[in-house]
Design a protein around this ligand. Structure first.
Ligand code: UDP
Length: 321
């Protein structure tokens, strides 16, 4: 029996594919390569298709013995979602509708879903718990929340069980250096910082230093991409064992400021990495830190690479290559 991974050519998707392959699982990847990269896919069982193409997606289910789905295929940039909500609703929400419908028709009833801390919006409490209020402040978070709710109703009506993983800030790379983060354009803090020692940019801009945090810069909870990957595996096994649908946060529970991240990158790369204060970026909450107690308790998830140094070191090894 095989596992279908949609969006398996993306950053987190490709690392999850690698993790499942390393556990001896049979993995099939579907990706439209809109933002994914074929060279990150470490299995031959690859279909270049859009999940909204239901006819072709159905064929993938008919040609293979699929016992469950890990669903990454989606648009995932907050800023882009603000200017192009049509695309986000179409790809994310309608895409999920197509996928769940084909799953239902083919009697596949388990799905692990790639969700986000953006479903919470501006948090009222830190650390954030799974049953805290969800009030997204951008179309990206809004569509991911709609996708979660769709799964909830499909569970009630059709018995499709799901685990939704709400990620905080994914970073790092596989320790082999074979796969890593590859966004174009790059918008994320750690790869942007590393572009300075790589000579791609002169300096890093710090988006705001007047937040109510210890040094005035935003606090985020950085989690190693391979710790995310292992959580998908545990979530999948949870469903395979006949357990109920769940929503889990995924972070380290430790917050680091933008300045602390830059300082750590300076030590690891041995480069001065000049930084300049710029204005705040729209829609950035001051602090986002997860409570991951629930997934630790229910799935026995145990992060292996939970220091900021390790995360930046692995990202550096990849980018430096
Ligand atoms: N950030 C920054 N300069 C940059 C990119 C990001 O100061 O060039 C900040 C951003 O404002 C946020 C944090 O770094 O507080 C992490 O941003 P990122 O885009 O990596 O992830 P997000 O938290 O938006 O998911």
């Amino acid at each position: 029996m095989a596992i279908l991974i949609t969006g398996g050519a993306g950053y987190i998707g490709s690392h999850t594919v690698r993790y499942f392959l390393d556990q001896g699982e049979e993995v099939i990847v579907v990706d439209n390569l809109q933002s994914g990269h074929k060279e990150l896919v470490q299995t031959d069982k690859f279909y270049n298709l859009d999940i909204r193409d239901k006819e072709r997606l159905d064929k993938v289910f008919k040609e293979n013995k699929i016992e469950g789905v890990i669903h990454f295929a989606a648009n995932s940039l907050v800023g882009e979602s603000m200017t192009n909500p049509y695309e986000y609703y179409h790809n994310n929400v309608y895409g999920m509708l197509c996928l769940l419908d084909i799953m239902r028709q083919n009697h596949v009833d388990r799905i692990v879903f790639s969700s986000t801390a953006a479903t919470y919006g501006e948090p009222k409490n830190i650390p954030i718990l799974e049953d805290d209020e969800t009030n997204p402040t951008n179309p990206y978070g809004e569509t991911k929340l709609a996708m979660e709710k769709m799964m909830e109703w499909f569970d009630i009506a059709y018995g499709i069980k799901y685990v939704s993983l709400r990620y905080f800030n994914a970073a790092g790379a596989h320790e082999s250096g074979e796969i890593g983060e590859m966004h174009n354009p790059e918008t994320h803090l750690i790869p942007l910082i590393l572009q300075v020692p790589l000579g791609i940019r002169d300096k890093i801009y710090i988006f705001g230093d007047d937040y109510p945090t210890k040094d005035g810069t935003c606090v985020r909870d950085y989690i190693h991409v391979m710790d995310l990957a292992s959580a998908h595996y545990l979530a999948y096994k949870h469903l395979l064992n006949g357990n109920n649908s769940e929503i889990f946060n995924l972070g380290n529970g430790n917050g680091y400021t933008v300045k602390e991240v830059i300082e750590s990158a300076r030590r690891i790369t041995n480069h001065p990495i000049p930084a300049e204060i710029a204005k705040r970026r729209d829609g950035d909450p001051a602090v986002l830190v997860a409570s991951s107690q629930k997934i630790k308790k229910v799935l026995n998830w145990n992060p292996q690479y939970d220091s900021l140094e390790r995360i930046i070191q692995d990202a550096w090894s990849w980018h430096n290559k």
